[in-house]
Each structure stands twice: as C-alpha cells, then as structure tokens.
Ligand binder design. Structure first.
Ligand SMILES: [Fe+2]
Length: 476
C-alpha cells in the first residue's frame, strides 16, 4: 500500500484515516532523510499497533482488537531502513487459513461470555500481540496483556512463537513488564476477571522465571501498567472493573466503578502476597507509569493520571463528534508514598497540558530520573490526537514543547541514548509522525538536548505507517 493511499471505512473511527490497517509487508532501504541520521545512533526504533486482517463486525471493532503489526526503522552508519511485519500468531494463521474471522472483537466476546454463548472451538480469546514490546535476556518479545509473550527475531521480526518460560508462566503477562537495567531482572504481572485477580512474577537476567505470587485485590480490574524501584514493585488497583453481573444485565463487563476505590500496592521485589503494603489514593485512572524510585522513607511514582476512563466504549466516544474527553485525558502527576507512616501525597506536575505515553531513558527504570518525555494531546480535536512531544524537567519544573506541525500527528516516542552517552538526556527522542495534509509518514529524531529546535532528522517512509500503541528502542 503506498503512502498516498487513504482508506476510509466510515463505520468506525479506528478503522478510518490513518487508523486503517495496511495489508502488505515491506522492506525499504536507504531512506530519504531531511537532515541527518546521527552517526552515533545504532539500533532499532519500533512501534507496534493493532492492524486487523479480518474484522467480524466493523461497527463493533475496538482499537484493542486488531492483529499486531510492528513498524521498524533500523538505524546504523547514518542510514535508515524501514521494515513492517505482522506478528504471526496462531490466531492470525488460523484466520488466514479459513480466509475469514474466527474471533469476534472484545466487546462482543465479553457479551457472549456473559450470555453463555459457547466460544469458538479454537479458544475463547485470540492470542493478539499488538500492544508493546520488550527486549530482555537478548530476546525480543511482542506483548499483549491478555496473553503470552511472543519471541521475535531482529532485524527481520520473524515470529518465533509464544514463550511461557519453560512452563513456569502460569498467568497472563502484562504489556508493560519492567526491566531493571542494573540487575537484568524483569518484573511482570497479569490480571484476570476471575481469581486470582492479579499475579506477579520475577524473571531473572538469564530468562528464568524465579518467583510467582498471587496478589489479592477485591475485584478483577484492568491493570495496564506497574512500576518498579530498585527494591519494590508497585501495583495499580484502580476502579476499572470486570463484572459478570453487569454484563448479564446487558451492560459493559468492563466499566468505571468508582465505588471500588483506588490503591497502590507496594511489594518487595521478591515478596509475597502478605508483604504488600497498600496505599489508598484519590480515585483516578492510570494507564501508563513514567517511573518510580526510592527517596528516603518514600517511594516516588510519576505517571499519566486521568480523572476516570471509559475505555470500554472507546469506539463510541471516538465516533462521537462533540464528545468532551477532558476527564479521560491524562496529566503528568507525582505521588509520594511514605513506607513508614503510610502517608500519601499527590501533586500534579502539569495542570495545563494533557499527554500520555510517558517515557524515560530506560537505563534509569526504577532509579531517580530528572527527565520524562510525554506525547502531548490536543483535547479540542476529534479523536484527541497526539500533536506534540513534551520534555519535563522534574528537577526545575521546566516543560519544553516540540509541536509536530500543522496536520501532523504522532504517538509514543522513545528515548535512545547516544553511543557513549554522558548524561541522562544525552540522546534522541524518536517517534513516527503522520502528516494528514501531505498524506505522508515519517520518523523524526529530536536531539533531547535541543528539544525545541528543528528535528535532527526526518526520515521519509515510502509506505503508510498507521497509528499504533507502544514504541521501543533496541540498541545494536
Ligand atoms: Fe500501554
């Protein structure tokens, strides 16, 4: 599919415009660059997202439903190569063999579960891998929070297959595990609408799953992210709940239920259920954590916080022309949890700008960080698109804004350290940008130390890169 082609499927915002899926896989070498690819940038920038091949009911399609596709820019020697590949899951293979859909989308599947409608003989849920990626133990994985990590090759992104860590992984695996860059350990968890509602595991630097414990919470919730410090792991028990009774009454199984309350649970890295220290916080929704760290008796947690969420009805909200999404949009927020007194202090770092997909220099996960990069949202535009990238200096309170330009929409950016970097922000902020006016896709490299200046490079991609979810950087 060429960059110029625009697909319009009017039934659903998330199948239209630059959300529309692409069908072909490409390799394009020696891409045209406006500016220069820095010579000290060697690695893979990748973004994964939903890219459905077969859709049972386009009107009911939810953005979480699509098959995974990864778009990659391979940087090296001052040059850039583009590749895109489907994650070749068993579910996608079965549907391709049939030539049609087997699984309905999330909304209809949950309604069927509640009504007692038998699931497809191939299984209740499709093994989608469309949300995020992680590189651990020299292994590259595609992730989705309901399933099992899928190992993939680099640079070609061939799907090797699901990895259950020698059978030791007994719970769903979040899309947002945290890797401690110093120890090489990977902390992960999974949630479920049936008990145990949450489970936690630690995988060591050699890829061995060495610890698992259930985490007791009152009700099944959608727990999308977690945080780590160098000593603790923090769970986010927030009131977006699963409720079969609600579903049997014809309402959404997944819904905002403020009566369930909001809590952070802090567990020592190798701790068990009874070791969790719970902190009640003011009700809110957090999809994504920027970072957390220890400071004396306190744990500091930085995350993108919204007043609530209606994510179960994301399609209906996006299709509406005059939906006020303000309460569902996030602002960067700090919590301080006192491990001795149990006190909680909450502070909005930015009470003006809205943004999501907070990222840091991943070498500092769990350690005190000065800088956070956030994709800025225009709350006034339909679909609340990402129109800028922001750099927060948590030490001075300074906020730098890099607007993407008229008609340009971005998404999650990552921080790629420069080779032989000498400070936390010595490197590049990289993201895909879609230019709606010129109908082009590009990859922008922003020098993190010249954040509000012109991008160091604008890599021109000769194929359309649809909007996606999470991005990652894997250094060579
Ligand atoms: Fe996420």
């Amino acid at each position: 599919m060429s960059t110029q082609e625009k697909v319009e499927i009017p039934e659903n915002y998330f199948l239209s415009g630059n959300y529309a899926p692409v069908s072909e896989e490409h390799v394009a070498e020696d891409l045209t660059v406006i500016g220069e690819v820095p010579a000290d940038l060697e690695g893979y920038f990748m973004r994964i997202g939903p890219n459905p091949v077969f859709v049972a009911n386009p009107a009911a399609y939810h953005i979480f439903d699509g098959d995974g596709m990864i778009h990659q820019i391979d940087f090296g020697g001052g040059k850039a190569t583009y590749r895109n590949r489907f994650v070749d899951t068993k579910g996608l293979r079965l549907e391709r063999e049939k030539g049609s859909w087997i699984w309905k989308g999330m909304t209809e599947t949950m309604a069927d579960m509640a009504a007692g409608t038998p699931p497809p003989s191939e299984g209740m849920m499709k093994d989608l891998v469309n949300t995020a990626m992680v590189f651990h133990n020299d292994t590259f994985y595609g992730l989705m929070e309901g399933g099992t990590p899928h190992e993939m090759s680099l640079p070609n992104m061939d799907t090797i297959g699901p990895d259950d860590f020698d059978g030791r992984l007994k719970h769903p695996f979040t899309a947002h595990p945290k890797v401690d860059a110093k120890t090489g350990e990977m902390m992960t968890f999974g949630y479920s609408p049936v008990p145990p509602f949450c489970s936690y595991s630690v995988i060591d630097a050699k890829g061995e799953l060495v610890h698992t414990t259930p985490i007791t919470i009152p009700k099944g919730v959608m727990m999308h992210d977690c945080a780590i410090t160098d000593k603790h792991t923090i769970f986010l028990d927030l009131p977006i709940t699963f409720d079969f009774t609600r579903a049997m009454n014809g309402e959404s199984m997944l819904a905002w239920e403020p009566e369930n309350g909001s809590r952070f649970g802090v567990i020592p890295r190798m701790g068990n259920d009874e070791d969790v220290k719970w902190f009640t916080i003011d009700n809110c929704m957090i999809f994504h954590v920027a970072n957390a760290w220890e400071e004396g008796d306190e744990i500091v947690l930085i995350a993108a916080r919204s007043n609530n969420t209606d994510v179960g009805n994301a399609t209906e909200n996006a299709n509406a022309d005059d939906m006020d999404m303000t309460d569902q949009l996030a602002q960067l927020t700090e919590w301080r949890l006192n491990m001795v007194t149990g006190a909680v202090a909450e502070r909005r770092i930015d009470a003006v700008n809205y943004g999501e997909f907070p990222r840091i220099n991943d070498n500092f996960v769990g350690l005190k960080t000065r800088y956070t990069y956030v994709a800025g949202i225009d709350q006034h535009q339909k679909g609340t698109p990402f129109v800028s990238e922001m750099k927060y200096d948590l030490e001075t309170g300074d906020i730098q804004v890099h607007p993407l330009g008229e008609g340009c929409k971005g998404g999650e950016a990552i921080f790629a350290p420069r080779k032989n970097a000498t400070s936390e922000d010595d490197g590049y902020v990289i993201l895909f940008v879609r230019d709606d006016i010129n109908q082009t896709s590009e990859c922008r490299i922003i020098d993190a130390k010249n954040f509000e200046g012109e991008p160091a490079a604008r890599v021109q991609i000769p194929h359309r890169v649809p909007f996606g979810f999470h991005a990652t950087w894997v250094a060579k």
